[in-house]
Design a protein around this ligand. Structure first.
Ligand SMILES: Nc1ncnc2c1ncn2[C@@H]1O[C@H](COP(=O)(O)OP(=O)(O)OP(=O)(O)O)[C@@H](O)[C@H]1O
Ligand SMILES: [Mg+2]
Length: 280
C-alpha cells in the first residue's frame, strides 16, 4: 500500500495562483473536521474535492468563505490573506453555491440574481432611496447583467418565475447564476449535481466548462465520479478531514487509500457513490 503523499501528475497550470490554502484545520470541540489541509487553485483550473460523507468537504468550503473561522491555517486569494467574513470574501472575488440550495424562494429568478449582484454595485443606500440617475443607471446595468447570466445558464425564459416553482435542477443552476453575478475569479460549487438526473448532470458539466472558459477558476465538491473525472484537472481526496491524495484521474483512482475510504465502492459510473442531501 502506498503511504507516500501522492503529488499531481496533471499538466502544469497555465495561470497564476488564485487560492492558496495553508494548513487549514477546523475543530468542533473534540472533533477535527478539517485537519491541516493545503490546497491551491490557479487561474484556468477546475479542481475537484471528493471524499466520503462527513469527510469535511463542506466544512472546508465554509473555512474558505468566512462562514467559519479556521482553528488554524490561512486562506489567501491573489496573494492577500482573506479575512474570515463572507462579504469580504465575496468582494475579494470568491463566490459559492451551497449543498443545500439557498435561494430566496418567494423572489423571482431574476431578483435572486440581482441579489447576487449587490456586492458589485457601488450605489449606496441614499442613492437607492433618492432613486437618482446614478441609481437608475446602476439598476439598469445590473438588470442587463443579470439577464445575460440567465441566458448563459439557460434560465432566461423563467426570469419572472418564483424561485420556489423551479424544478430542482434549475434551482441549482439559479444558484450558480447568482454566484456568477458577483463577478468572481473563483467559484466554489458544493455538490452542484445533487438531485439532478443524468441528462441534467451532463448539461451541468458543459456549464462548468463554459464558466471556466469565461476565465473563472472552479473548485467543485461532488460525489458523482464521472462528473469529477470528466471535468477536473486535479482532484483532492479528503478522508476524515485529511487530504490523503491529490492528483489526476489515474493517481486518484489507483490509490488504495481512496478505494479503502470508499469501502470498495466503484469509482466509475454515475451515482456509484450515491450523494446525499444531508443538511449542511
Ligand atoms: N457546525 C458544526 N458543528 C459541529 N460539527 C460539525 C459542524 N459542521 C460540520 N460538523 C461535523 O464535521 C464533519 C464534517 O462534516 P462536513 O459537512 O464538512 O462533511 P462533508 O464532507 O461535506 O459530507 P457530505 O458529503 O455528507 O456533505 C462531520 O462529522 C460533521 O458532523
Ligand atoms: Mg458536504
Amino acid at each position: 500500500m502506498n503511504t507516500e503523499m501522492t503529488t499531481t501528475t496533471a499538466p502544469a497550470p497555465t495561470g497564476t495562483t488564485l487560492l492558496d490554502v495553508r494548513g487549514v484545520t477546523m475543530r468542533f470541540g473534540g472533533l477535527t473536521a478539517v485537519n491541516n489541509v493545503d490546497l491551491t487553485v490557479s487561474e484556468g483550473e477546475i479542481i475537484g474535492l471528493i471524499g466520503p460523507n462527513g469527510a469535511g468537504k463542506t466544512t472546508f468550503f465554509n473555512c474558505l468563505t468566512g462562514l467559519y473561522v479556521p482553528t488554524e491555517g490561512t486562506v489567501s486569494y491573489k496573494g492577500n490573506l482573506l479575512p474570515p467574513k463572507p462579504h469580504r470574501v465575496t468582494q475579494a472575488g470568491i463566490a459559492r453555491t451551497f449543498q443545500n440550495i439557498r435561494l430566496f424562494a418567494n423572489m423571482t429568478v431574476l431578483e435572486n440574481v440581482l441579489v447576487g449582484r449587490h456586492s458589485r454595485t457601488k450605489e449606496g443606500l441614499f442613492s437607492a432611496i433618492l432613486r437618482g440617475p446614478g441609481y437608475r443607471r446602476a439598476e439598469s446595468e445590473s438588470h442587463d447583467r443579470a439577464m445575460e447570466l440567465l441566458e448563459f445558464t439557460g434560465l432566461a425564459a423563467k426570469a419572472d418565475h418564483l424561485a420556489r416553482n423551479l424544478p430542482y435542477g434549475e434551482q441549482r443552476k439559479l444558484e450558480i447564476a447568482r454566484a456568477l453575478a458577483s463577478d468572481p475569479g473563483l467559484l466554489l460549487l458544493d455538490e452542484p449535481t445533487a438531485g439532478m438526473n443524468p441528462q441534467e448532470t451532463r448539461a451541468a458539466e458543459e456549464l462548468v466548462f463554459a464558466i471556466r472558459d469565461r476565465g473563472i477558476a472552479i473548485l467543485v465538491i461532488e460525489h458523482d465520479m464521472r462528473f469529477i473525472f470528466n471535468l477536473c484537472d486535479r482532484t483532492a481526496v479528503l478522508v476524515q478531514g485529511q487530504k490523503i491524495v491529490e492528483g489526476d484521474r489515474e493517481t486518484v483512482q489507483n490509490d488504495e487509500r481512496v478505494i479503502t475510504a470508499y469501502l470498495g465502492a466503484p469509482l466509475e459510473g454515475t451515482g456509484a457513490a450515491a450523494s446525499t442531501e444531508a443538511d449542511q
